[in-house]
Design a protein around this ligand. Structure first.
Ligand code: AMP
Length: 249
């Protein structure tokens, strides 16, 4: 079985996000970019499946600007077999990404598509669900365990109030949560090997997908600064402040 993994290049999770002066979005110039952390977990899971013999090939797909090829190289250095880069210089919304992934799925015919549960830049948490709907495939979202056997995938989902186990038919789309695994670091020899692995480049037009945005961002602004807290001497003072200053009781 072939496994397709969707990986997005996002602002590194350690970076302190700054809003652009003109309020048009988040500053990405001279900012460290990395693979979306959930997508590293997705890549790791796909590689583990190949190592365990449940998958034969792992294909990493990224949609984004020229630099997204570096993100694909990272996945190849972790162990993915080849990459597909859909070159797209404009920001793509989840529906456009899902349509592009659907077109790639139709060409590649994978048994499983693994995505992160959300991209940490837009926090949409939509792409996997949209892809499964467009394909008419089963989905397992927010998974913390995956076992593929026969024509099914047994997945454990992280849901409010606990864990839910479901069995879904393959081919399927799954989105991964934090506890699924701990992604490996790429070793130096594997980073060198990754340079020789193929990355196919294509455009949204090649895939027949219109990626024009359907949403207009009106303004991005920082949340209001929180005021410093104060220490109260006793419970009575706390109750007084909650009643008369915060007016919450
Ligand atoms: P989102 O719905 O935007 O929160 O993204 C959920 C997941 O969809 C991510 O963790 C990725 O696996 C995948 N994804 C979103 N955008 C892209 C992209 N531009 N290229 C590749 N995969 C993406």
């Amino acid at each position: 079985m072939k496994v397709l993994v969707a990986i997005k290049r996002v602002v590194d999770f350690n970076v302190n996000i700054r809003v652009r002066g003109d309020g048009s979005g988040v500053e990405t110039n001279n900012v460290k970019m990395s693979m979306n952390p959930f997508d590293e977990i997705a890549v790791e899971e796909a590689i583990r499946m190949r190592e365990a013999g449940t998958a034969e090939e792992v294909v990493a797909v990224s949609i984004g600007p020229a630099q997204s090829a570096e993100t694909i190289r990272t996945a190849l250095a972790m162990g993915a077999d080849r990459g597909i880069h859909v070159l797209c210089e404009t920001q793509t919304e989840p529906l456009a990404v899902a349509k592009l992934l659907k077109a790639i799925v139709e060409k590649e015919d994978p048994g499983l598509v693994i995505l992160g549960k959300q991209a940490i830049d837009d926090d949409c948490n939509q792409t996997g669900q949209m892809l499964s709907a467009l394909l008419g495939w089963a989905q397992g979202a927010f998974i913390s365990k995956l076992a593929v056997a026969g024509g099914n995938a047994e997945v454990t989902r992280e849901v409010d109030g606990g864990l839910e186990k479901v069995s879904i038919k393959i081919p399927a789309v799954v989105t991964v949560d934090l506890r699924l695994n701990e992604p490996r670091y790429a070793s130096l020899p594997n980073i060198m090997k990754a340079k020789k692995k193929p990355i196919d480049q294509m455009s949204p037009d090649d895939l027949g997908v219109d990626v024009a945005p359907r949403m207009k961002i009106l303004k991005v602004e920082e949340p209001p600064k929180r005021q410093a807290g104060v220490k109260v001497e006793n419970a009575a003072q706390l109750v007084d402040k909650l009643k008369n200053e915060a007016k919450v009781i």
